[in-house]
Design a protein around this ligand. Structure first.
Ligand code: C2E
Ligand code: MG
Ligand code: MG
Ligand code: MG
Length: 278
């Protein structure tokens, strides 16, 4: 390993490692503080039903308003939270916060039919389904208003996960496979998953409709998803051309900058009002 890193790596290894460890401890305590002090916030990105052009729901996406670093992307701190063993704490915060917002929208009469929440693999432990049930009861929300997004990586780990997902489905919670196509899932495996939606990853959307390979993938996943009874969503849709092509391929739902970026709850409320007017 040292050889691969180059000749100077042996001398550099110890101080660098110490520095890195030190920094990690700092981030861990900062992240703990952030969760406690509400430095984290959720943004919501619209998902549009292709058939009706109506708002089908939103995805909740976490942000960290760091006092020194400014607004931090989950791409940087979610993997850290996973590594530092803080993802359970963070995930619980996200779920509760999303449900507080869902209850608020319900009370205000805002038409946000469902909210999708990302779930890290480490959150799928025994007792998770009960935890979700308790939270839904606490906020008096119907289970069908909540969708949980799970990546393929979480599913390959353990067959017991399927039992857990089934328990969530039996409660009425919606389940989506996130970033579909980027991980490993055998078709035989997918058939047995109690999921309700496939979210096709942005990497397959970016070069549409020119890239023949991506076109073939979209056609295949759309057909596969529908034949298994799943809703099929395309993420990262940025252009009208992509949108029209995806509608043509029978994709059910669109999420992407073309319709709306992730936004604060109040901005989303105004976005809904403006859209209803226009
Ligand atoms: P994801 O769940 O696949 O979320 C979609 C990401 O694509 C979001 O990035 C969203 O802002 C971005 N996106 C959506 N449409 C477009 C588009 O048209 N163009 C471009 N360039 N990007 C688009 P974001 O918010 O930075 O989140 C990144 C990832 O962080 C998420 O990917 C998810 O894996 C993770 N994440 C976010 N929030 C949470 C959370 O609460 N819990 C966990 N465990 N993970 C989260
Ligand atoms: Mg997601
Ligand atoms: Mg995704
Ligand atoms: Mg992702």
């Amino acid at each position: 390993l040292a050889k691969e890193r180059g000749p100077s790596s042996i001398e550099l290894f110890t101080p660098l490692l110490a520095e890195r460890l030190q920094r990690k401890f700092e981030v861990a305590s900062e992240l703990r503080r952030a969760i406690r002090n509400d430095e984290l916030t959720l943004n919501y990105q619209p998902q549009i039903d292709c058939k009706t052009a109506e708002l089908l729901g939103v995805e909740a996406l976490v942000r960290w308003q760091h006092p020194v670093n400014g607004l931090m992307s989950p791409v940087t701190f979610i993997p850290l939270a996973e590594e530092l063993g803080l993802i359970g704490l963070l995930g619980d915060w996200v779920l509760d916060k999303a449900m507080v917002q869902m209850a608020r929208w319900r009370d205000q009469g805002h038409p946000v039919p469902q909210v999708a929440v990302n779930i890290a693999p480490q959150q799928l432990v025994p007792g998770f389904a009960d935890h979700v049930r308790d939270l839904l009861a606490k906020h008096q929300l119907p289970a069908s208003m909540l969708e949980l997004e799970i990546t393929e990586g979480a599913l390959e780990r353990d067959d017991r996960i399927i039992g857990l997902l089934q328990a969530l489905r039996d409660m009425g919670v919606l389940l989506a496979i996130d970033d579909f196509g980027t991980g490993y899932s055998s078709l035989a495996h997918i058939k047995h998953l109690p999921v309700t939606c496939l979210k096709i990853d942005k990497v397959f959307i970016d070069d549409l409709p020119d890239d023949a390979y991506d076109v073939a993938i979209i056609r295949t996943v759309s057909a596969l998803g529908h034949s298994l009874g799943f809703r099929v969503l395309a993420e990262g849709v940025e252009t009208e051309e992509q949108f029209l092509f995806l509608v043509e391929q029978g994709i059910d739902t669109i999420q992407g900058y073309y319709f709306g970026k992730p936004m604060e709850a109040s901005t989303l409320e105004q976005w809904i009002i403006d859209r209803d007017k226009g």
